[in-house]
Design a binder for this molecule. Structure first.
Ligand code: G1P
Length: 294
């Protein structure tokens, strides 16, 4: 039986150039949907999948993320003395959501390198990786793709990655998988190879890797051997390609909405979708949207 997955790695060291000037002083992972930062959706997605320990791979100027998951005793007691008990309890639950540990990625050497920075804490356990740009809020898919990947790992006993269909013209933005077939069912499918950000004419399929992965610990040995690839960086996709070559990597199709918070369209869509699910503002937002279409 494979071990139950308890650890998640969330790389958050990136500069977030797509979100400047916001991300000049504030981590891009703190971009909110209404009042909830993206990183909170991701950590909640992790705890819903049974994760107990989140390892942030971080860099300078990212301490706001660690503070967000800490207790703020003076804020909680201030809220309580003013009778805002429900809000105080909500803040306390956030501070106790799970254990959050940080390790530094001292040089920007790529996603594969970021995962390797967490190796001393990961030990020889399977783990999940969630990328901080993409969120799958609770309304998007039941059960969430991360939970499905964790459950599939328990039966499949091999590493898995969530994938979505993209236009071939978008291949330069993603890791693309080769599965030797055009369609995917609802079950995990063996991946034959993976390639990071290929030109459209070199893309082996329409299926793109999204930022949700479950790995057996052997990925760490593969990553330690990977040489700098696309963009001069140590690419996670190149380590995954080695697993695929051994028949030890599977893809699972993700359904529902995914929001790339660094993309202005998805950022705005996330606000609208969240607001339309909030009873106290939904009618006002809906009336406003309808007025734009008249
Ligand atoms: C990373 C990965 C890529 C994956 C993508 C998903 O790229 O390297 O394989 O498809 O995330 O968002 P990035 O977006 O960090 O350039």
């Amino acid at each position: 039986m494979p071990q139950r997955i308890k650890k998640a790695v969330i790389p958050v060291a990136g500069l977030g150039t797509r979100s400047l000037p916001f991300s000049k002083c504030i981590p891009k992972e703190m971009l909110p949907v209404l009042e909830t930062p993206a990183i909170q959706f991701i950590v909640e997605e992790c705890t819903a999948a049974g994760i107990e320990q989140v390892i942030l791979v971080t860099s300078k100027a990212k301490t706001a993320i660690e503070d967000h998951f800490d207790l703020n005793v003076s804020l909680d007691s201030w809220l309580k003395t003013r009778g805002k008990t429900a809000l105080a309890e909500k803040m306390e639950r956030l501070g106790r959501l799970c254990e959050v540990i940080s390790v530094r990625q001292k040089e920007p050497l790529g996603l594969g390198h970021a995962i390797l920075c967490a190796r001393p804490i990961l030990g020889n356990e399977p783990f999940v990786v969630c990328l901080g740009d993409e969120i799958f809020p609770p309304w998007t898919q039941r059960p969430p793709i991360l939970t499905q990947l964790v459950e599939a790992f328990e039966t499949q006993k091999a590493s898995l990655v969530g994938v979505v269909q993209v236009e071939r013209s978008e291949s330069r933005s993603y890791g693309i998988i080769n599965i030797g077939q055009a369609t995917l069912s609802d079950r995990p499918v063996k991946i034959l190879s993976t390639i990071e950000k290929p030109a459209p004419e070199k893309a082996p399929s329409h299926w793109a890797i999204i930022g949700r992965y479950v790995f057996a610990p052997e990925i760490l040995d593969e990553l330690a051997r990977v040489k700098a690839g696309t963009g001069g960086e140590i690419q996670l996709t190149d380590g995954m390609d080695k697993l695929a070559a051994k028949g030890a990597l599977f893809a699972l199709k993700a359904e529902g909405s995914r929001y790339d918070m660094g993309n202005p369209f998805y950022f705005v869509k996330a606000q609208i979708d969240a607001a339309l699910r909030r009873p106290e503002i939904a009618p006002q937002i809906q009336a406003y949207l309808e007025s734009l279409c008249r």
